[in-house]
Design a protein around this ligand. Structure first.
Ligand code: ATP
Ligand code: MG
Length: 203
């Protein structure tokens, strides 16, 4: 059985934080592949929806960022769908296409906390387990244990913790840095930085 990790996100732009947790998941859970799936229209980010970069740019940046890792792949399944993006639909579609694969959804701590408010969470948890990247420190862990127990109890969610170092990188910070002319070197890959510069993104 092929074990596939799914990294969902806006990836506006993809950065080293994403790559680091993907690699940690690959390693800790013995995955065969981590698939990056940039969302089409992020329904929960409606307030800045018009400002989210073109799906094609976000997709291309993901492709550039993963191209030196044979176990990292990128899928356009959500970008192609246009319309709104729901994780449960994506997971059900993947499971139907690849019934013999075992899927886990990799996400950061902030996403786990908001998961119960996602659309049809019980259908997400039915198709995949969750690998939650949490900071490797005590207070964080305690707070998560409660949330995880709740999700397990309410929706039968299978969530395991993926200890990761605290990586202070976010797409928001990268966009703001570029806007104010600051350097983003070492926050994402060089080929992504070159793409951003070439296309004049985030100015
Ligand atoms: P934004 O600042 O626009 O919200 P982001 O940096 O959070 O962007 P997303 O595309 O929203 O990136 O995140 C995709 C996934 O990666 C989410 O599950 C998020 O929790 C996780 N993630 C993003 N940055 C980090 C980080 N530095 N450490 C751990 N997880 C992260
Ligand atoms: Mg985010």
């Amino acid at each position: 059985m092929r074990k596939i990790g799914i990294m969902g996100g806006t990836f506006d732009p993809v950065h080293l934080g994403h790559l680091i947790i993907a690699e940690a998941a690959l390693d800790a859970a013995g995955l065969d592949e981590v698939r990056f799936i940039p969302c089409g229209r992020p329904y929960f980010k409606d307030e800045r929806c018009d400002k989210v970069s073109d799906a094609e740019d976000r997709l291309e940046m993901c492709r550039l960022a993963v191209n030196d890792n044979p176990r990292f792949t990128v899928s356009d399944i959500e970008v192609k769908r246009r319309g709104k993006t729901y994780t449960y639909e994506t997971m059900e579609e993947l499971k139907a296409e690849e019934p013999d694969s075992e899927f886990s959804f990799i996400c950061g701590a902030d996403s786990v906390v908001s998961m119960s408010s996602w659309y049809l969470p019980e259908r997400i948890f039915r198709t995949c387990s969750i690998l939650a990247a949490v900071r490797d420190d005590e207070t964080d862990r305690k707070c998560f244990d409660t949330e995880i127990k709740k999700l397990h109890h309410e929706y039968g969610a299978d969530i395991s913790l993926l200890p990761v170092p605290n990586i202070g990188i976010s797409s928001t910070d990268i966009r703001e840095r570029i806007k104010s002319g600051k350097s983003v070197r070492y926050l994402t890959t060089n080929n992504v930085i070159e793409y951003i510069e070439r296309k004049g993104l985030y100015r």
